[in-house]
Ligand binder design. Structure first.
Ligand SMILES: [Zn+2]
Length: 57
């Protein structure tokens, strides 16, 4: 019996997104979202950058 409960439980996957895209910028407010990069979030408005260290192992 092959039980694959892992791997096909996400919908609309746009690639590996460790962080939630669309997080509001703490500086600009909830009106501006941070751009999700591979390992950080960056605001294209004020330049705020937040590291999202997901490699904790
Ligand atoms: Zn900002």
């Amino acid at each position: 019996m092959a039980k694959e409960s892992k791997g096909k439980a996400k919908k609309a996957s746009k690639g590996p997104q460790p962080y939630k895209a669309g997080r509001p910028c703490p500086k600009c407010g909830p009106g501006t979202n941070l751009g999700a990069h591979s390992n950080r979030l960056a605001c294209g408005k004020c330049g705020y950058t937040e590291m999202t260290s997901t490699e904790k192992k």
